[in-house]
Design a protein around this ligand. Structure first.
Ligand code: ZN
Length: 189
């Protein structure tokens, strides 16, 4: 009987395909995990080496924005307050560590100068609008942090992203309110 034959063939095929589906269901997630592991391995090795060499990764000691005190990564010489004056200290020290004379990156004075110019410019633009002045200064500084971190090839902390989005949202709200204000004056709203 043709119908019976079709049913038997379909059932047989379904059985075979079902068996294959089991392989797919079991193996695909493992393949994805293996792939993720393969991609992560160089980073794990890198992280392992970093963790072994860098005292900043000693988990028994606290590490946050406040502690430990800034120190030379080469000789561990602690940066004193007088060595920490923006731009000036770098110039006085001729861009070298006071302990071991290792070069201090030009990035430090560069970031300080760029941020200073940015805040100065904001002060000119928003000299009589304190709220916008503070908002735009914070926004620019956050942006500088994100850009330099990115150029450094480091992962951007989610705190910076959230802060940037939050400040951008405040800026957007202000712009919309301005727009509504202008529309009202022009008799559109
Ligand atoms: Zn040093």
């Amino acid at each position: 009987m043709e119908m019976t034959l079709t049913t038997i063939i379909a059932t047989g095929l379904g059985l075979a395909v079902g068996s294959f589906l089991n392989v797919v269901i079991y193996r695909l997630p493992i393949m994805a995990k293996r792939n993720a592991l393969k991609n992560a391995l160089p980073h794990i090795k890198e992280l392992h080496e970093e963790v072994n060499l860098d005292p900043n990764f000693d988990l028994s000691k606290p590490f946050n924005l406040n502690v430990p005190r800034s120190a030379c990564p080469i000789c561990n010489h602690q940066i004193t307050a007088i060595e920490n004056v923006p731009v000036l200290s770098w110039l006085v020290l001729s861009g070298k560590c006071r302990g071991c004379k290792s070069p201090i990156s030009t990035r430090y004075p560069f970031v300080e100068i760029v941020n200073a110019i940015a805040w100065g410019t904001m002060a000119i633009i928003y000299y009589n609008q304190t709220y916008l002045l503070i908002l735009n200064c914070l926004l620019t500084s956050t942006f500088i942090c994100i850009m330099i971190t990115k150029l450094d090839g480091q992962e951007i902390h989610k705190f910076l992203i959230f802060q940037f989005l939050f400040l951008s949202a405040l800026q957007l709200v202000h712009m919309l309110s301005q727009l509504a204000f202008v529309a009202k004056i022009m008799g559109i709203g």
